[in-house]
Design a protein around this ligand. Structure first.
Ligand code: RP5
Length: 167
C-alpha cells in the first residue's frame, strides 16, 4: 500500500495532525510525519514534495496556520493529491489559513478540508487509496456503518431521556 505523507508547518500544529494520524492508524494505512515550513524551511518542503512519488507516497496532507502557504507550496512540486488542513490561529481563528489554503489559483489544486479537519483529511486520503484497494474500501464502509450505529444509539438515548422528562 502507498504511504501518506503528513507535513505540518510547525510543531504547534500537532494537535490537528494527531487527529489525522489516529484515523490512519485505525485504518492500517502507513504514513510519515514531518515538520516542514513553506516560510522557514522552504528547501526541505520542496525536496520532500519533489521526491514524494518516487518515495512511495500516494497522497500528502499539509497542515498550516496563519498565512498558510504550505499546502500550495507542496502541491506546486508534485502531482500527487494534496489535502490541505487550515489550522486555527490565536487571533483570527483559522479564517486566515482557510482562505490561504483553499483559494489556490487554477492549475495547482489543493483539496482543502475544514479548519482543524484532521479526520476528514485522513479519510479523504484513505478514499483516494481505496480507489484501487477493495480491502481498504471495505474498511471505510465498515467505519461508516459503525459511525451511523453510534449516532442511532445517541438518538435512542436522548429521545428516551426527553420523553421520560415529560411522562
Ligand atoms: C504556520 O504558522 C504554522 O503552520 C503554524 O500554524 C503557525 C504558527 O507557527 P508557530 O509560531 O507556532 O511555530 O507556519
Amino acid at each position: 500500500m502507498k504511504k501518506i505523507g503528513i507535513v505540518m508547518g510547525s510543531d504547534s500544529d500537532l494537535p490537528v495532525i494527531q487527529k489525522a494520524t489516529d484515523t490512519l492508524l485505525a485504518l492500517g494505512i502507513p504514513f510519515e510525519v514531518h515538520v516542514y515550513s513553506a516560510h522557514r524551511t522552504p528547501e526541505e518542503a520542496r525536496t520532500f514534495a519533489l521526491s514524494a512519488r518516487e518515495n512511495g507516497f500516494g497522497a500528502i496532507i499539509a497542515a498550516a496556520g496563519m498565512a498558510a502557504h504550505l499546502a500550495g507550496a507542496i502541491a506546486a512540486n508534485t502531482t500527487l493529491p494534496v489535502i490541505g488542513i487550515p489550522c486555527a490561529s490565536a487571533n483570527i481563528g483559522g479564517i486566515d489559513a482557510l482562505l490561504s489554503t483553499v483559494q489556490m489559483p487554477s492549475g495547482i489544486p489543493v483539496a482543502t478540508v475544514a479548519i482543524g479537519g484532521g479526520v476528514n483529511a485522513a479519510l479523504l486520503c484513505a478514499q483516494i487509496l481505496a480507489v484501487e484497494d477493495r480491502e481498504l474500501a471495505a474498511k471505510l464502509d465498515a467505519k461508516r456503518a459503525s459511525d451511523s450505529e453510534a449516532v442511532l444509539q445517541k438518538d435512542a438515548r436522548i429521545s428516551a431521556d426527553f420523553a421520560a422528562r415529560q411522562a
